[in-house]
Write a protein that binds this ligand. Structure first.
Ligand code: ATP
Ligand code: SF4
Ligand code: MG
Length: 389
């Protein structure tokens, strides 16, 4: 937001009670604002204090991801799959082990100094716990004045105050005085999350990396924050990465969804196709585990036959093979390539190879998904021939 925009007021959001009652996500095909190209992060860590050689944690492996202006992209996966590490890599809070981050089409490394400050002002991280991101002994006014001073040093005190009032109006906190005189502990989690979004807006960002922005909040206020993020994304043309455990919310909130398992992206596509026609057995498992009142009570679930793997010594071949009910011999030894399923939906799973064994297993899988959704026609029986990249 530029200084000229002081005084602009945004109409209050329409409160909604059900995320499904809001419009479906809009799709933007504008050129990417931020791109991860084959990014990898291996942490060196000590598994115990007596071990001299550090172990390597394969937190993120060879991930490609695209964020576009005005578009919400969800990143879904269970705990420990590498979602936060990926968001932090995009924010350049950690150096990459390999790969490249492109900001507005240009490879960008910004780990220190002015370059880093400029980058983090354009690519803003919104964290799960708003209380942890505020100084507990500073009033909200003091925190926001400091943020505005950093990003708009040209503003005088009175202009800064007007600017802050405008920021708070944009996140539907009015009148501003009711919030600015308070300390963080005097506000609710939802109010504080709105203020952390207002603080992020002070920098006029191009990208929001929202790492589970509502999971620490009361269920009743989650939707309001998601609607706020959606409105800001659309109005300001910001690219938003929405990191979540909750694949059901991704369907209604995000235009596209990528699924992460053990440090790797294993499926991606429009949220509609990934959630309605999940191709990878892990995505199917995530959907089967999500509460869904519309699913018949006696619907059989996709079996989960194991635990998430160690990222210190991840399984060979497909990392999901120890838990996969459809695993074949090649799954244990060969990492699956990317198979395109059409309409920008792809997966990394040997079920989509073009041979008899894969076709037979795919039928078994389709039957299991049919039992889960109680709609056997819900997914393609015979998807397009697999293509390697
Ligand atoms: N600084 C670090 N040093 C060593 N290992 C790390 C570090 N940060 C994360 N890890 C490891 O990387 C893996 C991925 O962690 P990450 O926090 O990215 O997962 P996540 O998907 O965000 O999980 P959650 O849903 O619980 O937030 C985990 O095994 C974690 O222990
Ligand atoms: S590649 Fe094999 S083990 Fe991995 S998800 Fe597909 S079928 Fe299961
Ligand atoms: Mg996390």
């Amino acid at each position: 937001m530029s200084a000229e925009n002081i005084g602009r007021r945004v109409a209050a959001e329409t409160p909604a009670t059900d995320v499904r009652s809001t419009s479906l996500p809009t799709v933007s095909d504008a050129p990417p604002v931020l791109e991860a190209v084959g990014i990898t992060k291996h942490f060196r860590a000590r598994s115990n204090p007596f071990r001299r050689t550090p172990v390597v944690v394969h937190a993120v492996d060879d991930v490609n991801l695209v964020l576009r202006p005005g578009r919400i992209s969800a990143l879904v996966g269970e705990s420990g799959s590498g979602k936060s590490t990926l968001a932090r890599l995009l924010a350049q809070l950690y150096p990459l082990t390999s790969g490249e981050i492109r900001y507005r089409g240009e490879a960008t490394v910004a780990t220190r100094g002015r370059r880093f400050r400029r980058y983090v002002s354009k690519v803003q991280l919104i964290l799960q716990d708003p209380f942890g991101s505020f100084n507990p002994v500073s009033t909200i006014a003091r925190t926001l004045h400091r943020a505005v001073r950093i990003h708009h040093p040209e503003l005088r005190t009175a202009e800064r105050t007007a600017f802050i009032e405008d920021l708070l109006a944009q996140v539907n906190l009015q009148p501003a005085r009711q919030f600015t005189d308070k300390f963080p502990h005097e506000l609710s989690g939802g109010q504080l999350q709105r203020i952390s979004i207002a603080r992020a807006l002070a920098a006029d960002p191009d990208v929001f990396l929202a790492d589970e922005p509502v999971s620490s909040l009361d269920v009743s206020i989650r939707l309001g924050i998601l609607n706020l993020l959606r409105r800001l994304t659309e109005e300001r043309g910001v690219g938003l990465l929405y990191v979540t455990h909750d694949i059901a919310s991704a369907r209604y909130f995000a235009a596209d969804t990528s699924v992460m398992y053990a440090g790797q992206l294993i499926e991606s596509g429009s949220s509609e196709s990934v959630t309605q026609e999940p191709a990878h057995p892990y995505t199917q498992l995530l959907i089967a585990s999500a509460p869904d009142p519309s699913r018949p009570a006696d619907a059989e679930r996709i079996a989960d036959i194991g635990q998430p793997p160690s990222l210190i010594d991840p399984p060979t071949g497909c990392r999901f093979h120890p838990r996969c009910p459809f695993a074949m011999e090649r799954c244990r030894t060969e990492a699956p390539p990317r198979f395109d399923l059409g309409a920008e939906h792809w997966t990394r799973c040997w079920l989509y190879a073009d041979d008899d064994e894969a076709r037979a297993q795919r039928k078994e899988d389709a039957a299991a998904v049919g039992r889960l959704t109680a709609s056997p026609a819900a997914r393609k029986e015979d998807p397009p021939a697999a293509e390697r990249p």
